[in-house]
Design a protein around this ligand. Structure first.
Ligand SMILES: [Zn+2]
Length: 158
C-alpha cells in the first residue's frame, strides 16, 4: 500500500474497521516514511494476511482448512456446522481487523484453540493434541492439567 503523499511502500495500520455488511474494511494507516496518515478501503476477503508456516513458506489464509480442523475436533460433539462456520468467520474477522500482511501459522492455531476452549473442552483437547504435536505424553498431561485447572478457576468466578 503506497503512501499517497510520498509513495513510500510501507505503512502501519493504526485502526481497522469492518463495514456493517462485513464486506469492506476501512483502515487508517500511517506512512513509515513521512508519518502522514491516510485511509484505505479493501474488500475484507482480500484483506486477509498470508500465513507463514514454521518452515517459512507462505500460504493464503484458508478458511476451509480451519473449518475442516474444527470439524475434526468437534466430531461426535453436540456442535452444529453452522456454529463452526460462525467461529471461522470470527477468526477471519480477527485477522482482518489486525491488519497485518502476514501472520504466523502458530498465531492462527492459538486463535482457533482460544475459540475451541470457549466452545467445548473435549474438542479443545482433541485439537490441541493434534495441533501442538506434543513431544511426549507428559507434555500433553501438563497441558490437560493446565486446562482443567483453568476451568476450575473459571467456574469459581461464576
Ligand atoms: Zn509517506
Amino acid at each position: 500500500m503506497k503512501c499517497p503523499f510520498c509513495t513510500h511502500p510501507e505503512s502501519k495500520v493504526v485502526d481497522s474497521r469492518l463495514s456493517k455488511d462485513k464486506e469492506m474494511i476501512r483502515r487508517r494507516r500511517e506512512c513509515l516514511g513521512c508519518k502522514k496518515r491516510f485511509t484505505t478501503s479493501e474488500r475484507a476477503e482480500e484483506a486477509l494476511p498470508l500465513v507463514v508456516k514454521k518452515d517459512g513458506r507462505r500460504e493464503t489464509f484458508n478458511r476451509l482448512k480451519i473449518l475442516n480442523g474444527l470439524k475434526k475436533a468437534c466430531e461426535k460433539r453436540p456442535i452444529s456446522v453452522n456454529l463452526l462456520e460462525k467461529i471461522v468467520n470470527r477468526i477471519e474477522h480477527h485477522f482482518v481487523e489486525k491488519g497485518e500482511r502476514e501472520v504466523k501459522s502458530t498465531e492462527v492455531g492459538e486463535k482457533v484453540m482460544e475459540e475451541l476452549h470457549r466452545l467445548d473442552g473435549v474438542a479443545y483437547v482433541r485439537f490441541a493434541s493434534v495441533y501442538r504435536q506434543f513431544k511426549d505424553i507428559q507434555e500433553f498431561m501438563d497441558e490437560l492439567k493446565d486446562l482443567l485447572g483453568n476451568k476450575e478457576e473459571a467456574s469459581k468466578k461464576k
